[in-house]
Design a protein around this ligand. Structure first.
Ligand code: UFG
Length: 327
């Protein structure tokens, strides 16, 4: 029997890395993606259906044709600053479209769901590292949209005990496929590592550091940067967990340590061997001072063993990708 997994947003950055691992693990990935930010060329290991989660008729057709055993849901808008400027886009794409997907899953009798959540659901955590038990108090519409979906999933799992989900709360995902096949490919990225790497390459004339007055070791914000392949591996483990009867649950995915913006900028200069202009700017709205994950739960319950907890390696893979991009 084919072990088909439907992957929404599988032509995007994280989704495409997961699709590669799914195939390697003997699953049959089927991607649905509207290619608004994703790339056809990123779907190297599965079938691509170009379509939108707005389109319930299409979704019904896809479920009927492929009968997936599980759904992995990556398709979403993902940039904090954009969400502050355009909240309706975030509620529409991240909440309404997820509702469509869940409704069609319910109609089709598909019960296993893996959701891309985010550390942004914690807002400004009271304790660092932040554990999964910390309250959800997002401080930007992006985090709010993801927290809303988590609540919907929790309620749905109560209403239908056969429906089970894993929500993975990603910390700051960066880097690229170590084999160089896949990587980040949005036109105007706002995420720090990719932005810094592109500045090193000469795509931007300077890098801004947003906020130098945070209560951190050098005044710049601290984040838990993790390699995209380790994150992808967490999805495979979550899938196997659900398929073997695991209960609905939520896991942080980070390494449990943080770097400041200045530390990241220095590392990018070191790894790329390029100097570039850096300017200090005011804080960016919606940014918490520090986000570092408590990660014992995912290691204990899913047996996750990250391989690439090395900032220089993360940056090196992003740099190699940027120099040799395939799409
Ligand atoms: N930053 C800069 N200059 C830049 C870009 C970013 O100083 O050019 C700073 C930001 O202000 C922030 C830090 O670098 O302090 C990290 O910013 P990113 O945009 O790279 O990432 P965010 O922390 O805003 O958001 C990302 C994901 C979210 C996730 C969050 C968890 O987009 O999904 O990490 O920390 F929730």
């Amino acid at each position: 029997m084919k072990k088909t997994v439907l992957v929404t947003g599988g032509a995007g950055y994280i989704g495409s890395h997961v699709v590669k691992l799914l195939k390697q693990e003997g699953f049959e990935p089927v991607v649905i993606d509207n290619l608004s930010t994703g790339h056809r060329e990123a779907v190297r290991y599965g079938k691509l259906i170009v379509g939108d989660l707005k389109d319930k008729t299409l979704l019904r057709e896809v479920f009927k044709t492929y009968k997936p055993m599980a759904v992995m849901h990556f398709a979403a808008s993902i940039e904090v600053p954009e969400s502050v400027k355009n909240p309706l886009k975030y509620y529409r794409n991240n909440v309404c479209n997820t509702l469509n997907l869940l409704e069609v899953m319910e109609e089709s009798g598909i019960k296993n769901f893996i959701f891309s959540s985010t550390a942004a659901v914690y807002g400004i955590p009271e304790e660092i590292p932040v554990s999964e038990e910390a309250p959800l108090k997002p401080i930007n519409p992006y985090g709010e949209s993801k927290a809303t979906v988590e609540r919907i999933l929790r309620d749905l799992a109560v209403a239908d005990p056969e429906f089970r989900f894993v929500a993975l709360r990603y910390f700051n995902v960066a880097g690229a496929d170590p084999a160089g096949e896949l990587g980040f490919a949005y036109p105007n990225p706002t995420h720090l590592i990719i932005r810094a790497v592109k500045t090193a390459k000469g795509d931007f004339d300077k890098l801004e550091i947003f906020g130098t007055d945070y209560p951190t070791r050098d005044g710049t914000a601290v984040r838990d940067y993790i390699h995209v392949t380790d994150l992808a591996e967490a999805h495979i483990l979550a899938l196997k967990y659900l398929l073997s009867g695991g209960k609905s649950d939520v896991f942080n995915v980070g390494y449990g340590r943080g770097f400041t913006v200045k530390e990241v900028v220095d590392a990018v200069k070191r790894v790329t061997g390029r100097n570039f202009k850096v300017v200090e700017s005011p804080r960016r709205p919606g940014d918490p001072p520090q986000l570092v994950a408590k990660v014992d739960k995912i290691k204990r319950v899913l047996g996750w063993k990250p391989k690439y907890d090395d900032l220089d390696f993360i940056i090196r893979t992003a740099w190699n990708w940027e120099l040799n991009r395939r799409y």
